[in-house]
Design a protein around this ligand. Sequence first.
Ligand code: C2E
Ligand code: MG
Ligand code: MG
Length: 501
Amino acid sequence: MPLTGSDEFAQMSSAMVYARDRLTALLGELRYQATHDELTALGNRAQFIEKLTEALAEGEPPLAVVLVDLDGFKDVNDSFGHEIGDRLLRTVGARLHRAAGRGDVVCRLAGDEFAVLLQDVGTQAEARQRIDALMTNVARNVDIRGRNLHVAASAGFALAAPGTATVVELMRDVDVALNAAKAAGKGAVTAFEPAMREATQERTELSGDLVTALTAGDQMSLAYQPIVDIASGRILGVEALVRWQHPTRGPISPVVFIPLAEATGLIVPLGRWILGEAVRQLAAWRTEFPDGYPLTLDVNISAEQLEDPALVGEVLSLIDETGIDPGRLVLEITESALVQDLDAALRRLRQIKAMGVRLALDDFGTGYSSLSYLKTLPVDILKIDRSFVVDLEDDGPGAAMMKGIVELGAGLGIELICEGVETVEQRRRIASAGCRMGQGFLWATPQTAPAISEMLRWGVLGPADRPADRPADRPADVKELPSSAAALPAQRSRAEDRETP
Ligand code: C2E
Ligand code: MG
Ligand code: MG
């Protein structure tokens, strides 16, 4: 039947209505997708920024922005797979959503980072109370597929009265607070303080300078600190310690810039340079003392270097290139380097050990100090931390522990080195506890390579073994070892064989 004009019109208009509705639905969907996180169905970063902008513009009472970041989420993903990781994120999102108040906004910004906008918080104390309640809710164990997972999270927050801060400033401040919380350890909740911003700016600046320093070539150097036989003062080895001479700020301590290099990943190229430089110096000492001074070289290795698949190959080619005896090279790792990805670290350490290189556990007695590591770890040497040495008394818990560690070392065939020995008294105490090797300002501070060569000519650190007419260019900072260095004939004659400086 032919269509009348009004039928056609009716058809056309219903098609248009359909198309309009469809378009509206599509736009709604698009808008939803643009502002929501698919995984948790929470709002995403765009939505959070939108809500925050509105809240700041509306002139409401003070609000708090909270950033919540899961602790160790990477480990969950790595060990249990992404599916379980995703379910954990959904659970955390749901918990935050339930625990937040009416009118508060909860969004997932990225990865394992959530943001909460708390409205009407009043004071900082009030904000903290509400955030603590949120966090208690988040940090409950969760059962996923029969696995009982521990959930931990850190949070940073910043308060703002409308009109006093922009969205950009506020988000930057909360980020700074979250970084401070992360640095404070697991499960911390940290409020933003202006001083943190300066510290962050300083870190950012220094990180930039560190990149320049790596390419500039003349700002980084290595110092070497002797490791000695306590009874005789004989130098058994040296530890390489990196030094940074900043062009305007002067020397910067590795305690400051190594963590920065670790956080930015710069430790990988820096560590590669340190290892190369140090091993080549060891080879140079071998040439300088051709009768084979049995010197060992310790090099510190950070966790991030252990994560680098290239490390094993680099050590191997350095040994090849320089022809050093691998047994003379000791890599120092700390226990904290092992908590990140123990399996991968162990695999690499075993490969390195298989070349004949030895391993030392640095700063033993601080941090996690889990004795169980000693069972699984292929360590040859324990370096007992300075804090232990400082607290050591003749009798008391420190002395008993030191004796215990000495026995443990003997039982496991592990050598011990006491770090940070500064006084004759400390030397006496560690020696009477049975420790045979030491390192510390008592014998020598870290020195330049030529200064170490100078010391090696005499072999022993202590006045008893140095000639009366010491060379004028004798390294500064060499501390005298009173009386002790009961002459070691073998070393003496070695020194005497050589030309007197
Ligand atoms: P560490 O590996 O435990 O190195 C020993 C630190 O103790 C050195 O500090 C050394 O100068 C200091 N020290 C030695 N004897 C004494 C003493 O008698 N008294 C006192 N108070 N301190 C003493 P330094 O050179 O400032 O290095 C600090 C830390 O920075 C090192 O601790 C190590 O963790 C890290 N570091 C240094 N160089 C490197 C490096 O080349 N690579 C890596 N990854 N880390 C490094
Ligand atoms: Mg060390
Ligand atoms: Mg140490």
